[in-house]
Design a protein around this ligand. Structure first.
Ligand code: AMP
Length: 572
């Protein structure tokens, strides 16, 4: 393994880096730094997040940029404000004992005039998000003609976020003879197009196999019914008392709701999404970084580029549709050589997606079971006892109270004392989990039964989905199972039509259908179910659910009777 000294960096820079605590270069640093130090070659680095990319381009940049000139010589583009600030901060730290640079970060959501003022003072290195940089260009507040190096960090993310036009415009304002260094975790067609259009004969470096996940991430999935999603999430959190985790939701509304529910249930959680003001986002990120928050619930966009150390778990409340999103989400854990776990919460229908991700990442996924109530209790209890064992006793402070404590407890044996101590802490927890149901969904359903094999005479429902939506009998059963939690024995005759269908369920389960299936989305369509009173046609439909709580209300309410015990306020 090489050392930083052998990579061609100046002594001062090597010392700065060692002061930060980097002892040996990461693989991308080892390979990229000597090439980039040459200064005149375009470069493409294909590497996952968390591999040390910032120092890989940052150290050569600091070496090559002239601190005696006030011209803007280097431009680093990053997809998000958070990542931009982080890069600027890293560059400041790397250069502290080396050269005196004016490094300025420009990004949206903050005073543009203040940023213009800083740029005008002569920034040798500018770190920017594309949108804000375009604003500065339009206001003629920035001169890109003196740029010698441009770095496109997380290029795939910038393109994913719709910055293609902005990148084209920015690149057109920079001189022909600059060197372009591009870093990307994935290599979609759009990134190839940038390489083709704006780079000449780049040096290409792949760290790890392309699209191969970080080997330090353990990928797991759990299969849940739609209505149990939130309860299963709580189980996972309770089963990991020391979790420092990031939960991903698909939408801002789901993100906010999930965070609110967790907070209400006593967890140390908060939300990060685009509907928050910049100040709110900064506050949340600060608490998370400082670990006064244990759980951050975030959207994909808001959490991009987050580099918080030691995140133990990434939980996907819903598995993303895009492969890239999965890579970026799970890449928030297992950074800088640490280990981490990524848990995707999926419905049975989404098993195919897991297989697809598995294939692309070339990393196996392990099915994990949602812990039972008893397992959670044991985990919590042992974690607590471990804390008791580890606690630092302040002998001086406790000494004056000890005689009174001993007098009060003198009649208890050691064993009784332990039992009472544990009960005091855990009685409410045990109560909460005593009758908690198993939330695991069993293996794949067969689905060979035709409508004639199913019983008839239950509550009959109309649903606005049919064969045209790709449904057959087994898929319909899976849908009902996922959202309303009914087993195949609860479901009676299924009558599939083109654009709608009828199905029957045990009469006492009818409410579960109305409560959990109305308003859910299926292939982009909002689902409507209604009880029908006549058996033969869809003509006379009866009472509708009256509520359109839909997917989230079904999920939030915790669904049917068997989940009641889980709905009580969680005790911590
Ligand atoms: P990056 O991929 O640049 O976001 O870096 C990911 C994490 O690894 C950051 O927390 C860095 O501080 C850390 N890191 C980068 N290079 C090294 C190194 N050579 N030794 C130890 N930690 C590093």
């Amino acid at each position: 393994m090489k050392s930083f000294e052998t990579l061609g960096l100046s002594r001062g820079l090597v010392e700065s880096v060692q002061l930060i605590g980097f002892e040996t270069p990461t693989p991308i640093q080892e390979k990229a730094i000597p090439v980039l130090l040459n200064g005149n070659r375009d470069f493409v680095g294909l590497a996952q997040t968390g591999t040390g990319k910032t120092a890989a381009f940052g150290l050569p940049l600091l070496e090559l940029v002239d601190d005696k000139s006030r011209d803007t010589q280097a431009l680093v583009l990053a997809p998000t404000r958070e990542l931009g600030l982080q890069i600027a901060n890293d560059l400041e730290n790397f250069s502290e004992k080396f050269k005196s640079f004016n490094i300025v970060a420009v990004y949206g959501g903050s005073s543009i005039s203040e940023q213009i003022r800083k740029v005008k003072k002569g920034a040798q290195i500018i770190v920017a998000t594309p949108g804000r940089l375009i604003d500065l260009i339009d206001r003629k507040a920035i001169n890109l003609k003196t740029i010698k190096y441009i770095v496109l960090d997380e290029a795939d993310e910038m393109l994913n976020m719709g910055f293609k036009d902005d990148l084209d415009k920015i690149l057109s304002f920079t001189p022909e003879d600059k060197a372009t260094w591009l870093f990307s975790a994935t290599m979609p067609r759009e990134v190839r197009a940038i390489m083709k259009n704006y780079m000449s004969d780049p040096f290409e470096l792949t760290v790890g196999e392309q699209n191969t996940g970080n080997v330090n991430i353990e990928h797991q999935y759990v299969i849940v019914q739609e209505r149990d999603r939130y309860l299963a999430l709580k189980r996972i959190l309770d089963n990991n008392p020391e979790i420092f985790g990031l939960i991903f939701c698909r939408t801002r509304i789901d993100t906010q709701k999930t965070a609110e529910m967790l907070m209400k249930d006593g967890y140390s959680a908060d939300a990060l999404h685009g509907d928050l003001t910049q100040q709110q986002r900064d506050r949340v990120m600060l608490s998370f970084r400082q670990r006064s928050l244990q759980i951050l619930v975030a959207t994909d966009v808001a959490a991009r580029g987050i580099d918080v150390e030691d995140i133990t778990h990434v939980i996907h409340l819903n598995i993303p549709d895009e492969m890239e999103f999965y890579t970026h989400r799970s890449g928030r854990t297992a950074r800088a050589g640490k280990k981490g776990v990524s848990i995707a919460m999926i419905s049975k229908r989404e098993l195919g997606k897991v297989k697809q991700i598995e294939k692309t990442l070339k990393s196996p996924f392990k099915r994990a079971m949602i812990p039972t109530g008893a397992e959670v209790c044991q985990k919590q209890l042992l974690a607590f006892m471990h804390k008791v064992n580890e606690v630092k006793v302040n002998e001086d402070q406790i000494a004056e109270f000890l005689p009174a404590i001993e007098a009060e407890l003198k009649n208890l044996t050691k064993q009784e004392l332990i039992k009472r101590f544990a009960s005091l802490e855990f009685n409410r927890f045990f109560d909460y989990y005593r009758n908690a149901p198993d939330l695991n969904v069993e293996g794949k359903r067969g689905g060979s039964e035709g409508p004639e094999e199913r019983y008839s005479g239950g509550a009959r429902f109309f649903i606005n989905l049919g064969k045209m939506d790709g449904l057959d009998v087994s898929k319909m059963i899976e849908l009902i199972d996922d959202y309303a939690g009914l087993g195949k024995n609860d479901i009676g005759k299924i009558d599939l039509k083109g654009a709608y269908s009828f199905f029957e369920v045990e009469p006492e389960k009818a409410d579960l259908i109305l409560k959990n299936m109305n308003g859910i989305e299926f292939k982009g369509r909002q689902v409507r179910v209604e009880i029908t009173e006549q058996k033969e046609s869809g003509g006379s439909r009866g009472r509708s659910s009256g509520g359109r709580g839909g997917r989230s209300s079904g999920r939030n309410s915790g669904g049917g009777n068997r989940s009641r015990s889980d709905q009580k306020r969680k005790w911590r």
